[in-house]
Design a protein around this ligand. Structure first.
Ligand SMILES: O=P(O)(O)OC[C@@H](O)[C@@H](O)c1c[nH]c2ccccc12
Length: 261
């Protein structure tokens, strides 16, 4: 069984438990539920650095990235340094994150927030709204075409944007009609953890201009970022490069200096 299969198996159990603890109707009563949301796509354009800076403590491919920093400090550091949006990992078992991290992030920034999660059920989209997100991630590798479409509509009904992640031409093709606001090409294969920017290079021209193009994972070289921008990517999802340093906000600031210079 691949690690991705394990994550999804555990996620199904987790979602059932969560549902029994907090019913949908309670989530809808949370104070943050009825708030206006901000568009991640617009913010990435307006702030023009295009960086979606990620809060990630650990991952299945890297046991420890950053266990020390506080969410509030990291997220406000990212915001001040010029991020266009913030991504917060909320999976606990494999990434050491939580919905409380999302809540703390919400309290620390007015930038759009992406709930970075393995979403398999519309219930998790209600949670995303109730805990402060502006956008959600959907992963083509773990959902059917019908699920992608219906989860996308659930998100839009709550005014949340959708970043739809693909890792192959095939996944891209069956994702195009789901109605996502942004398509993210993951440079990391979630099954093998291998990273290669070639997949971003290959898929770029197959994504219609009406959809925002994001390149995800394994980014850290300013020259590579410039190249991807020229190809047409308007957003870059980056975690580890910043999180592995003692001061992620400062690492983002230094990185931006290099991409602008
Ligand atoms: O830390 P990196 O290599 O900069 O990658 C960030 C982000 O793209 C990565 O965390 C990610 C991309 N897609 C995911 C799906 C689930 C969990 C995590 C991810």
């Amino acid at each position: 069984m691949s690690i991705l299969d394990q994550i999804i198996r555990d996620k199904k159990t987790e979602v059932q438990l969560r549902k029994s603890l907090i019913p949908e109707s309670s989530l809808e009563g949370f104070g943050l539920f009825d708030r206006p949301t901000t568009s991640m796509r617009n913010s990435l354009k307006a702030r023009n650095t295009g960086i979606i800076a990620e809060h990630k403590r650990r991952s299945p491919s890297k046991a420890i990235i950053n266990q020390k920093g506080s969410v509030s400090e990291i997220v406000s550091g990212y915001s001040k340094a010029g991020a266009g949006a913030i991504s917060v990992l909320t999976d606990g078992k494999y990434f050491g994150g939580s919905l409380d991290d999302l809540l703390l992030a919400r309290a620390s920034t007015s930038l759009p927030l992406l709930r970075k999660e393995f979403i398999i059920d519309a219930y998790q989209i209600l949670e995303a709204k109730a805990y402060g997100a502006d956008a959600i991630l959907l992963i083509a590798a773990v959902l059917t075409k019908e699920e992608l479409q219906s989860l996308c509509s659930s998100a839009h009904a709550l005014n949340l944007e959708v970043l739809l992640e693909v890792h192959s031409k095939k996944e891209l093709e069956f994702s195009l009609h789901a109605g996502a606001d942004l398509i993210g090409v993951n440079n990391r294969n979630l099954k093998t953890f291998e990273v290669s920017l070639d997949i971003s290079r290959e898929l770029c021209h197959l994504i219609p201009d009406a959809v925002g193009k994001i390149s995800e994972s394994g980014l850290g070289d300013p020259m590579e970022l410039k190249e991807l921008k020229q190809l047409g990517y308007e957003g870059f999802l980056m975690g580890e490069t910043f999180m592995k340093t003692a001061d992620p906000g400062n690492a983002l600031r230094e990185f931006l200096k290099k991409t602008e210079g």
